[in-house]
Structures are given as structure tokens and as C-alpha cells.
Design a protein around this ligand. Structure first.
Ligand code: AMP
Length: 302
């Protein structure tokens, strides 16, 4: 069953205390697609400029994803630039240059409209709603957003939130969206806005799942070295949705399949910070994945 993802396909300039990488492959849809490793399969919808290297689209495709829905327009690709603090958690956004993304109108190839799973990655909520209008009856819809949209396009965000099944946000965003300090209250307030299931990501502290009748806390896998955490949230989403698609989950299912997807999201996300751009994700094999899943289970079982 296919997963359609719409989001940014970008060039990121990332600076850590150790290294600086210019215009490497980034964007929420790129991380999501590579992380999902063809489970689905994954169909990407987005836009790039004429500066975008064909080899970078090839990188996304090499993970098993389709890129026919990524259109090329004259102009510059979306460019995000950030600098990490020494803790490799805090980061300052130095630049967000929309380029061709400013006029992006999602176009979905006709034979992709019946995709069973839809991931609305972090883009303007009006664009997310447009994609929802186009697809015909997905089994499950998940949405990611960020502080920018919570602050600047709240009414449009609330409108689209009412139409999705799962929201993925980080803890700060959940608090900003609801005004609640308690994450339990924030999750309940979000559920009342529409999404029956809420995932609150807490970076190196893992992620919380607030389901229909259960709560699950999954720790993040403890890594020896963090090279570049950019895209870890989108990678979590790729592993999470890939797991749900593989299981054939629907919104009517009980929490169990979503709880298992939380484990897959966590295992998947753990590979992302181990390299720049999608490098950490590219090297994942069935064996390395299984080893890491065992490590996570070992961290959780008394
Ligand atoms: P994460 O580290 O999971 O928050 O994701 C970082 C990715 O999001 C980077 O690859 C950026 O290119 C992308 N990104 C940053 N800001 C935006 C934005 N306003 N809209 C869409 N994508 C963005």
C-alpha cells in the first residue's frame, strides 16, 4: 500500500561545532522518503529549482521512493540554513529562503491520487489542505507542523487539523498550539481539535504516543555520536508511516498497531543523526535495523 508524502525538498546548509556542510540534500519530504526505505512504496510530491542536482533526486529514488511528483521550476530550490549549539540539540535557524517553494502548488500524478497513506509534512497548512482535497479516501492521514505555522497561520492549521488522524509535533510546538504546559493536557486538547492520535516528540528524550485508550513513552536510542540531527523528526515519521503501511493499518484500528509503529519510528530516527543529510539513513540494512530494534527493546524491558 502506497504512502504519499508532500513536503519540502530542499538544500540545507548545516553548521555544527565540528563541520559545516553547504547545500546538502534536505527537506521534510526527502528525509521522510529515505527513512521509509521503500515500505509503502513512497511517492514524493514537492518542487525543486533548476539548481537541484539530478543526483540528489537519485539519492531519494535509491531508497525505493518515487520522485515523479517532484516538479522542477525555474529559480532556486528551497534553502534552509541552521547552526547547532555545542549540545547538538539547540539550533539557530540562520536562513529560510523559499525560492520556488513560495509559489508551490502541489500537483499529484493522477495514478497517485488513490494512495492509501498520506503524510502531510511540514509545509503551509493551506497546501496541506489542498493535498487532502485531491486524494481520494486515504486509509490514514498524518500531519507534521512547526512553530512558524502555529504562530502565523493558526486558523488554516486548525482547519486542516480537524481533517487528519495523527498529529506529530515536538513538545514545544504542542505547548504553543494549545497553551497547555502539561503534555497530557496538550495532547487531550489536540485530540479535541481533530487528530485522534497525537505523537509528541521530545528529541533525545524520545517520543510520547497519546492514543485512543492508551499512552506509550518510547525512549530515544542513546547514540555514541551525533553528527547532524537535522531531519530526525521527519525520519521518525518515515519509519512510523512505513510501519503502518506495512501493517495495512487504518484509522479504525486499536492502538496496538500505532504503538508498534512508534518503535519503528524511533529505530528509524536513530540512524539520521549519525551522518550529515540523509547519509546516516542511506546505510541502513535489514540487519542493522534489526540490531538496533533489539537495542531499543533492551532499553525498555526490565
Ligand atoms: P527537522 O530537523 O526534523 O525539524 O527537519 C529539518 C528539515 O526541515 C530541513 O531539512 C529543512 O530543509 C526543512 N525545513 C526547515 N524549515 C522549513 C519550512 N519552513 N518549511 C518546510 N521545510 C522546512
Amino acid at each position: 500500500m502506497a504512502i504519499l508524502v508532500v513536503g519540502s525538498v530542499a538544500y540545507d546548509t548545516v553548521e555544527t561545532t565540528r563541520e559545516r556542510r553547504e547545500r546538502q540534500l534536505g527537506g521534510s519530504a526527502s528525509f521522510f522518503a529515505v527513512a521509509a526505505r521503500g515500505r509503502g512504496p513512497v511517492r514524493c510530491v514537492g518542487v525543486v529549482g533548476d539548481d537541484f542536482r539530478e543526483s540528489d533526486l537519485g539519492l531519494i529514488r535509491s531508497s525505493g521512493a518515487r520522485t515523479d511528483g517532484i516538479v522542477r521550476r525555474p529559480g532556486a530550490s528551497f534553502h534552509w540554513s541552521g547552526r547547532y549549539h555545542a549540545d547538538m540539540i539547540e539550533r539557530d535557524t540562520l536562513a529560510t529562503e523559499l525560492g520556488v517553494f513560495a509559489d508551490f502548488q502541489p500537483e499529484i500524478p493522477r495514478d497517485w491520487l488513490d494512495s492509501e497513506y498520506l503524510f502531510l509534512a511540514n509545509i503551509h497548512p493551506t497546501l496541506q489542505a489542498q493535498v487532502l482535497d485531491l486524494v481520494t479516501g486515504p486509509r490514514l492521514v498524518a500531519l507534521d507542523t512547526m512553530n512558524l505555522w502555529i504562530e502565523t497561520t493558526r486558523p488554516q492549521l486548525l482547519e486542516v487539523l480537524a481533517r487528519v488522524d495523527v498529529l506529530l509535533v515536538n513538545d514545544g510546538e504542542a505547548r504553543m498550539l494549545t497553551g497547555e504546559r502539561s503534555l497530557a493536557r496538550a495532547a487531550a486538547a489536540i485530540a479535541a481539535m481533530g487528530p485522534g492520535r497525537v505523537i509528541i516528540k521530545k528529541g533525545e528524550h524520545g517520543a510520547l504516543f497519546f492514543g485512543r485508550d492508551s499512552v506509550l513513552a518510547v525512549p530515544a536510542i542513546i547514540l555514541d555520536d551525533v553528527v547532524d540531527p537535522t531531519g530526525a523528526g521527519d525520519s521518525f515519521a518515515g519509519g512510523f508511516m512505513g510501519s503502518l503501511a506495512e501493517a495495512g493499518a487504518t484509522r479504525g484500528d486499536g492502538d496496538a498497531v500505532f504503538r508498534r509503529a512508534m518503535i519503528d519510528g524511533t529505530v528509524t530516527a536513530s540512524f539520521c543523526p549519525e551522518g550529515f543529510s540523509v547519509e546516516g539513513l542511506m546505510g541502513v540494512t535489514d540487519e542493522s535495523y534489526a540490531r538496533r530494534k533489539a537495542v531499543l527493546e533492551g532499553m525498555m524491558i526490565p
